[in-house]
Write a protein that binds this ligand. Structure first.
Ligand code: AHR
Length: 506
């Protein structure tokens, strides 16, 4: 057994990063695989409600307290005619869905999805199609969703049974338009012009909306970061956010390197902030642009199975990654990275939510359960609201294949003045040694440890399955202590995700 390592931490309320926007804990549901059909919506299911929505899925989604859900894609949106999904279901067309090579039945569309989102207490973040369509379809969709009444599209919504407008606030101007795989892929200039004009007109229809321009599909794109610079040159004054997407995998089965991949996410965010601020300076603008990290997760387990899938099925199992314990640790590191950029990243969407690279899995006709990655996300979303503080960390480091000096300890700290709490989210990346953490939290004298929750497992490849849904679950009683001087001591097991929450002793 390896000797325990040591790390030090100082948290000071004066060193703030920024307010945590609750939308940092957003997610994403695409018309893809069994996300909608067999996930969110399954009329014949024993738990289905009067709309055909699975109640077991609703309950699990509510456990994540997701405030905003991006919809309907993803690559799907770039070939989608939103009008196909409104009105009487029996009149809705079946279409070839070219992004994922399936058949889309359109049983669920905008109105059904808004109804479902209301049930899980989330707002919808709507994407418009800038692949095969453009300004006209986008402005009509805003009118259909948000205009109260008295016009063609708003009255049509009312005729469809939705008297009140949906009041959708955040809209994405297309999806991954830099990617050659995208239907209607564009150059940065082509996209920038179209996005600017579409944004202008959408805001004419409803000036209260916020808009997200497409950034790069990932940091490895050949056009990154020139894409961001060019797109923002065109759109800066019209949009409120630039998007980032990233997915990581452990194809080489190198755990130390895999767990360090959140450092790539960190660098990605820093670069996009720099580019946005460069364009701000160039335009002499007073506006500071925020970031929408609206697709992030681990994604690679299902790649091989997806390559073998027969095309043109309805809701086949696609992108059904079965997540391991090590994936949960990286997701934890990614959540910490987002919290440490809370000043600029205001929206983030774990991609996705149900069945498709998702924290929640279902068996069609059967049960629903939480994957390993459900837990760090649930902890951060339910406990990580308030002000993100900048922790000063002294940690042992290691070198990995693609990264130098990887800190063994990752840490984010969130203070909540209303609740009088300080919550620490911590990952010990070390594969051999527990980490003895000593914290100087002298401003938290008079507080007590309310909880020290630990997610760990002997086997990094351990999973939760339908038959063994509780194989990887968090445990309480991690044993952290806080003395009268505000000195924190905690043992963070090797390879573990930890939540330590302090509350004022009454
Ligand atoms: O989330 C799965 C896919 O990943 C999305 O459709 C696309 O935007 C990204 O490439």
């Amino acid at each position: 057994m390896a000797a325990t390592k040591k790390a030090e931490l100082i948290v000071d309320k004066a060193y703030t990063i920024g307010e945590v926007d609750k939308r940092l804990y957003g997610s994403f549901v695409e018309h893809l695989g069994r996300a909608i059909y067999g996930g969110v919506y399954e009329p014949g299911h024993p738990t289905a409600d009067e709309h055909g929505f699975r109640q077991d899925v609703i309950d699990l989604v509510k456990g994540l307290k997701v405030p905003i859900i991006r919809y309907p894609g993803g690559n799907f949106v770039s070939g989608y005619n939103w009008e196909d999904g409104i009105g009487p279901k029996e009149n809705r067309p079946r279409r070839l869905e070219l992004a994922w090579r399936t058949i889309e039945t359109n049983e669920v569309g905008v109105n059904e999805f808004v109804t479902w989102a209301n049930k899980v207490d989330a707002e919808v973040m709507m994407a418009v199609n800038l692949g095969t369509r453009g300004i006209d379809a986008a402005r009509n969709l805003v009118e259909y969703c948000n205009h109260p009444q008295g016009t063609y599209w708003s009255d049509l919504r009312r005729a469809h049974g939705y008297a009140e407008p949906h009041r959708i606030k955040v809209w994405c101007l297309g999806n991954e338009m830099d990617g050659p795989w995208q239907i209607g892929h564009k150059t940065a200039h082509e996209y920038g012009r179209l996005a600017a004009e579409t944004a202008k007109v959408m805001k004419w229809v409803d000036p209260s909306i916020e808009l997200v321009a497409c950034g790069s599909s990932n940091r490895g794109m050949r056009t990154f970061p020139e894409w961001e610079a060019t797109v923002l040159e065109h759109t800066y004054e019209y949009v409120d956010y630039i998007s980032l997407h990233t997915y990581y995998g452990n194809r080489e089965n190198d755990l130390g390197n895999f767990l360090a991949k959140s450092l790539d996410m960190d660098e990605f965010i820093r670069t996009v902030v720099a580019v946005a601020d460069y364009v701000k300076a160039k335009k002499r603008s007073k506006k500071t642009l925020h970031l929408s990290f609206d697709e992030w997760n681990v994604w690679y387990h299902s790649n091989e199975a997806d390559r073998k899938l027969e095309p043109w099925q309805i809701a086949p199992p696609q992108l059904e990654d079965i997540y391991t314990f090590e994936d949960a640790l990286l997701v934890g590191c990614m959540l910490i990275t987002l919290l440490r950029h809370a000043d600029r990243v205001k929206i983030a969407c774990l991609a996705q939510l149900v069945n498709v690279i998702a924290p929640i899995m279902t068996k069609t006709g059967g049960p629903a359960w939480a994957q390993t990655i459900y837990y760090p996300f649930m902890h951060a979303s339910t406990l990580g609201r308030g002000t993100s503080l900048l922790p000063v960390v002294k940690s042992p480091v290691y070198d990995a294949r693609d990264f130098e000096a990887v800190p063994v300890l990752e840490c984010a700290a969130v203070a909540n003045d209303e609740e009088d709490t300080l919550t620490l989210f911590l990952v010990n990346r070390d594969q051999e040694a527990d980490l003895l953490l000593q914290g100087d939290l002298r401003q938290y004298r008079g507080y007590r440890v309310e909880r020290h929750t630990v997610l760990t497992h002997d086997d990094p490849k351990a999973t939760n399955t339908m038959d063994h849904p509780n194989n990887v679950v968090p445990q309480e009683g991690g044993g952290a202590t806080l003395d009268d001087e505000g000195r924190l001591e905690a043992r963070l097991p090797k390879l573990s995700w930890n939540v330590i929450r302090l509350t004022r002793a009454s």
